[in-house]
Design a protein around this ligand. Structure first.
Ligand SMILES: [Fe+2]
Length: 245
């Protein structure tokens, strides 16, 4: 499941970008306000601290409201009218040749995430080639997952047989958003472009999808919270709360 949404007209994306730019300028006053150029102002050993600062800043902003406006109606069409959202908005920065920010090939179900969830990947810069993420298609992902569960072999042995092709990288202009089921195999590689990629990501799932059995960390309350609740479900929940059946 992979959908690309065109949100070029949305002011919310610009607001997210402004929050980050202002925070970077606080620490690096010469910054030219172009997130693709972060690497020109920041050393590799500073990027993790910057990422943590920006993560804190953006999570203190009214990000849930912005996302509701940006994605609410699209998400309702994809996973239904009652939606829970991950408790924190995640932020990635991938500078050219930075070997410390790599996300190895994986499927989120390997960390006991629910296969019912979807991930939104929201670039705040243009993403292309190796500064982007790759996402394998359903056929490749299902085959790899089948092999892993049947043979119970080490995941790394499977990776050796999976070749990531150039077409597997997600090329998006700023303003476009990728929605995908993170059961599909994905990851990133060393950014060999001359452009830093900055992206947000956050997961959603139907409030009524089954809770993952093997990992309490991934359950509602710890990992997810309410996002959009339909009128009927709100009514039903108030009935359950106030009455003993
Ligand atoms: Fe992932």
């Amino acid at each position: 499941m992979k959908i690309i949404l065109d949100k070029k007209g949305s002011s919310q994306l610009h607001k997210f970008r402004e929050i980050l730019i202002n925070e970077i300028i606080n620490k690096y006053p010469k910054f030219d306000k172009n997130l693709s150029n972060i690497h020109k102002y920041i050393k590799y050993n500073e990027v993790n601290d910057l990422r943590i600062n920006l993560f804190k800043k953006i999570n203190k902003s009214n990000w849930e409201k912005k996302l509701k406006e940006l994605l609410g109606q699209d998400l309702i069409k994809i996973i239904g009218p009652d939606i829970s959202i991950q408790t924190k908005l995640n932020l990635s920065i991938l500078m050219p040749n930075d070997k410390t920010s790599l996300l190895p090939m994986h499927s989120d179900t390997w960390s006991a995430d629910s296969p019912f969830q979807i991930n939104s990947w929201i670039p705040l810069t243009d993403t292309f080639d190796s500064n982007s993420m790759y996402l394998l298609d359903e056929k490749q992902s299902i085959n790899a997952l089948k092999k892993i569960s049947k043979l119970k072999i080490d995941n790394k042995n499977i990776f050796k047989n999976i070749k990531v092709k150039r077409k597997d990288f997600i090329n998006l202009e700023f303003g476009k958003i990728l929605i995908f089921n993170p059961t599909l195999i994905h990851g990133n590689v060393i950014n060999k472009t001359h452009s830093t990629r900055v992206s947000l990501n956050i997961r959603f799932k139907s409030l009524f999808s089954p809770e993952p059995k093997n990992n309490p960390d991934r359950q509602f309350g710890a990992y997810y919270k309410d996002f959009v609740i339909s009128k009927n479900t709100n009514f039903a929940l108030s009935i359950l709360k106030n009455n003993k059946f």
